[in-house]
Design a protein around this ligand. Structure first.
Ligand code: ASP
Length: 607
């Protein structure tokens, strides 16, 4: 604290605005903060003074302090001011029960304008909708708003909780470099040209994956890091080019150890930070296949039912050509029931149809079962409204309805086609209907694990295998022989954590022998030379006593977003990028000078 003595600090601020209460009556205080609101009542001037802890009312009375009142008449919204005065109980009838400091006010004796402010481009003191680009440009003003301040504080509490939780369990936090080498996490790398090594580039880490594994070889045993990761992806789907993971890795463990640790972490975190929220415990576990079958996605929202039912066998027997051809071409026919929606209008049905078409489906087949609620026994074919009605028997309609748990008065939403298209369409429809029908209990957090992923997925276009997770994930021991004969049948020791319809993390037990790691790389299409060039450090390290190990990474931004009740991660990141990966606050990326480029041995191509 060079140059500032303790007395000077106290002179500027003895208390925070938000901490003052009835018991401070009579205390002499010095406050500093921003003018949230000013009310000029002719004689008296009232100011709501704001700092990070909250608001307090300050009253300026010309009869008590004339000059002070004159200065107050100059004050405007967002001026930075200092006020000294005495805490007094508000006159009876003027207290404000909505404000924690609402019983008292500060009667000003002395004041000073520390810095004036221009009129801000949007209201700081009201939680009103403001165009996002304006908020991002003036982020320092946006962050003054109560909602954003609370989000920043929440994020800090979450990170602090995680650090303490893991420290108590023997983990140590280790920082890993930001300038490293390309990592195969599946996205495009951000590259940084090297000045000292002409023509060479660092890559920013997509995750600390390889480094944390090397820390296991180094004997760290229990590592974690609040790690910044960089992926040059399109920012649609609420992703950010840089984001934060809770990254962790452990040696001498199995899947259960990781899953139990994470369950305990979330359970205790929620109890400490959001005690009003409910959790389902133990966290349900679903196999990947089951998640896809029942919910059409590997990140299901388990706060409500509306499960997908397979209607392919019934559809194949019908005379509806869309159904029949989907099944005969190796596809499927599946659906969900939208309870009480039989009276949906043409416009509402068109909206849903457009939505699934946007996701690649040919279209949506809807079957509405009568108009008012009733039992399926009373259903007649005249009550059924659908383009498929003429081609279905009453028994077929009833069978479909039964399979989807529907009654008279409900609406069946059915998609026919390739399994991927059917899954995506119904997965999204389920999410949409869950929201429309308000089936989501906002106080419920449903964490779940998705397990038993395949190790590899076939990229049909490129004609090669890709890792479902990343190439360091171990196959199940008993599936190793299948790597040669049936790679598609090999299961990976990979697990995902999902919560309320979002994937919030994933990890795996890793390969820890060079032989197996080479085999997997080879399957992924790497030749020996390329493998050594890209991953030689890993392969070599595995030859020096690498312990069995595994870990996980959790998306911190997404977790805080869910806890804050926000719908985009930008609301819980102090300085996020916009949808075009631009930082509007500091205006990055930006051009550089010809000298800078020359130093980096780079030249720009025209156009
Ligand atoms: N590095 C992985 C990821 O970012 C997580 C892990 O396997 O631990 O998805």
């Amino acid at each position: 604290m060079s140059g500032v003595s303790e007395e000077e600090i106290i002179l500027l601020k003895s208390h925070s605005c938000g901490e003052l209460r009835r018991e401070h009556e009579g205390a002499k205080v010095t406050l500093a903060g921003w003018v949230d609101r000013r009310r000029d009542h002719g004689k008296l001037i009232f100011i709501d003074l704001r700092d990070r802890e909250g608001l307090v009312q300050v009253v300026f009375n010309p009869e008590l302090a004339k000059q002070c009142h004159e200065i107050a008449s100059e004050m405007r919204g967002e001026y930075v001011v200092r006020v000294s005065g005495e805490v007094a109980l508000r006159p009876p009838g003027t207290d404000n029960p909505k404000l924690p400091t609402g019983d008292i006010e500060v009667v000003a004796h002395d004041t000073e304008i520390l810095n004036p402010s221009k009129t801000p481009p949007f209201y700081i003191n009201e939680d009103i909708e403001v165009e996002e680009s304006l908020r991002l440009k003036y982020r320092y003003l946006d962050l003054r708003r109560a909602r954003m301040r609370d989000n920043l504080i929440l994020r800090h509490q979450v990170v602090k909780f995680i650090r303490d939780f893991l420290t108590d369990r023997g983990f140590i936090e280790v920082e890993t470099p930001i300038l490293i080498k390309s990592t195969p996490e599946g996205a495009r790398d951000y590259l940084v040209p090297s000045r000292l090594q002409p023509g060479k580039f660092y890559a920013l880490p997509q995750s600390p994956q390889q480094l944390k594994q090397l820390l296991m070889v180094a004997g760290v045993e229990k590592y974690f890091q609040i790690a910044r990761c960089f992926r040059d992806e399109d920012t649609r789907a609420d992703r950010q080019p840089e984001f934060t993971q809770l990254d962790l890795e452990m040696s001498f463990i199995e899947e259960e150890d990781v899953l139990n640790l994470i369950e305990e972490l979330f359970t205790t975190l929620m109890a400490a930070i959001k005690p009003e929220m409910r959790l389902v415990k133990p966290f349900p576990r679903l196999s990947y296949a089951e998640a896809m079958r029942r919910y059409g996605t590997d990140k299901p929202d388990l706060r409500f039912g509306l499960e997908i039912g397979d209607l392919s066998d019934i559809a194949a027997q019908s005379s509806f050509s869309i159904f029949r051809s989907a099944v005969s071409e190796g596809g499927e026919v599946k659906g969900i029931c939208a309870p009480g929606c039989a009276t949906y209008t043409r416009r509402q049905l068109d909206e849903l149809n457009k939505m699934v078409q946007g996701l690649g489906a040919e279209g949506l087949v809807t079957i509405s079962l009568g108009t008012s609620a009733g039992s399926l026994d009373d259903l007649t074919i005249e009550m059924v409204r659908s383009v498929a009605a003429k081609f279905l028997t009453l028994d077929q309609v009833k069978e479909m309805a039964e399979r989807l748990g529907a009654n008279v008065g409900d609406l069946l939403l059915i998609i026919a086609g390739k399994p991927e298209v059917v899954n995506v369409g119904l997965g999204e429809l389920r999410r949409e209907m869950g929201q429309r029908l308000k089936l989501v209990d906002a106080s419920l957090f449903t964490f779940a694990y998705v397990v038993n992923f395949p190790l590899l997925r076939r990229d049909e276009e490129a004609g090669r295998w890709e890792s479902e997770h990343h190439p360091f994930t171990a196959p199940w021991d008993e599936d190793v022989p299948l790597l040669d004969s049936a790679p598609d049948k090999v299961r990976g020791r990979h697990y995902d954590v999902v919560c309320n319809g979002y994937e919030i993390g994933g990890g795996s037990i890793r390969i820890h022998t060079a032989g197996l790691q080479r085999k997997v790389f080879r399957l992924l299409g790497y030749g020996d030379a390329e493998m050594d060039e890209k991953f030689g450090h890993m392969l070599e390290a595995f030859d020096y006593g690498a312990p069995p190990h595994g870990g996980i990474a959790l998306g911190l931004d997404r977790i805080v977003m869910l806890l804050a009740g926000e719908t985009t991660i930008r609301e819980v990141i102090a300085f996020p990028k916009n949808q075009s990966a631009v930082d509007l606050t500091v205006n990055a990326p930006s051009s550089v000078t010809a000298e800078q480029l020359a130093e980096l041995h780079l030249s720009l191509r025209d156009g």
